[in-house]
Ligand binder design. Structure first.
Ligand code: NAP
Length: 327
């Protein structure tokens, strides 16, 4: 059977995302065929498209995309925990989610509660899993912590702000425009900083009375990371979990010595590799979305063949919400 897809045959601008078709085999033992209803457009898709992760990412030709959700259409032998018609989501099962149908390892598919609609899941599933490990495992945010979250109005950023507040933190969030500052304030961000016009290190030090913060969540990378180190209190940790402005350039390890700082460059993949970790994080994310504790703005829902426009939007820095594709 054939299904629509988006293919990349060379690294480059959004136009390299070309619509086509791909063959789908019947599901083998342990696999499920999923008719996809929502595909999350995540910033990592941009890194893959431009070849930013050269050596650590896919080489053309490939089908991009790391996350989607849909309905189980058929099952291979030996799959007992799913039934035809189940609504399921997945994240980080290799790349290739920009397709209409996909055959996937059934054990990595997580059932979606009835209370959540397809678009919300497409907008938030991978991002929610990311917040879970960043806020609850890699650094455990405690009541009374003051945390710094860069790109706070972005897809991950807005979930991070809400979740960090739930955990009892005071949240400092950087954003590029006044409109985004108002937006993150409405989500509970205590101290928005417009880092395109203000020196964020000075502001963080002013807000914390010169103490600095115990943790910086930095998804911007090249433009911010050295400043993020300067925002830390002794024994603090700077977590570079994204590189929207480019990769962090090399720096001397000795730079961390005087304040006993730590740095980490994590990826969600490792934090959900264990099945139990995937299941715990998924159910916590779904519960918080279902009971309204976490909300995410959907900035655009586009048909799959408009993937190039989806990438233009996510790179434009004009929105404060998620973009998703619908096959
Ligand atoms: N390591 C992991 O496990 C993991 C998992 C998921 C996501 N991530 C990372 O989390 C971040 C957020 O992902 P997302 O999909 O939700 O994207 P997003 O936050 O919706 O978009 C990225 C944001 O980065 C900011 N930015 C700063 N400099 C930029 C530049 N030069 N070009 C474009 N944007 C720039 C923009 O906010 P302002 O305009 O306000 O600056 C923009 O909204 C990404 O860096 C992604 O790689 C990491």
């Amino acid at each position: 059977m054939k299904t629509p897809c988006i293919r990349i045959t060379r690294f480059g601008p959004p136009d390299v995302l070309q619509a086509g078709e791909v063959d789908i085999a019947a599901p083998a033992a342990g696999e499920a065929l999923v008719r996809q209803t929502g595909i999350g457009v995540n910033f990592v898709d941009v890194y893959h498209r431009i070849g930013q992760l050269h050596g650590d990412g896919p080489e053309p030709p490939f089908i991009p995309g790391v996350q989607a959700n849909g309905v189980v259409e058929s099952l291979g032998p030996g799959v007992s925990h799913l039934a035809v018609g189940d609504r399921v989501a997945y994240a980080n099962i290799g790349i290739g989610s920009y397709v209409g149908h996909r055959v996937l390892p059934a054990h990595r598919l997580v059932k979606i509660p009835d209370a959540l609609d397809d678009a919300i899941v497409a907008a938030s599933y991978l991002r929610g899993l990311t917040c879970h490990y960043l806020l609850k495992r890699l650094y455990r945010v405690q009541p009374g912590d003051t945390v710094l979250i860069h790109a706070a109005a972005g897809g991950v950023g807005q979930l991070m702000v809400q979740w960090a507040k739930r955990l009892g933190a005071t949240v400092i969030g950087t954003v590029s425009t006044e409109a985004k500052a108002d937006f993150v304030k409405s989500l509970g961000c205590d101290h928005p900083i417009v880092y395109s016009t203000v020196n964020f290190v000075d502001e963080v030090m002013r807000i914390t009375d010169g103490q600095g913060v115990p943790v910086v969540y930095d998804s911007v990378g090249a433009d911010t990371f050295m400043g993020s180190l300067d925002c830390l209190q002794p024994m603090g940790i700077a977590i570079n979990y994204g590189t929207a402005s480019g990769q962090v350039p090399p720096f001397p390890l000795q730079r961390l010595h005087s304040k006993s700082l730590s740095v980490c460059r994590p990826t969600l993949r490792t934090w959900i590799a264990k099945q139990s970790d995937l299941e715990i994080a998924s159910s916590e994310v779904f519960d918080l979305l279902a009971d309204g504790s976490l909300r995410i703005d959907i900035a655009a829902r586009l048909p799959l063949h408009e993937a190039a426009q989806a990438h233009r939007l996510i790179e434009s820095r004009t929105m404060s919400g998620a973009v998703l594709l619908e096959p």
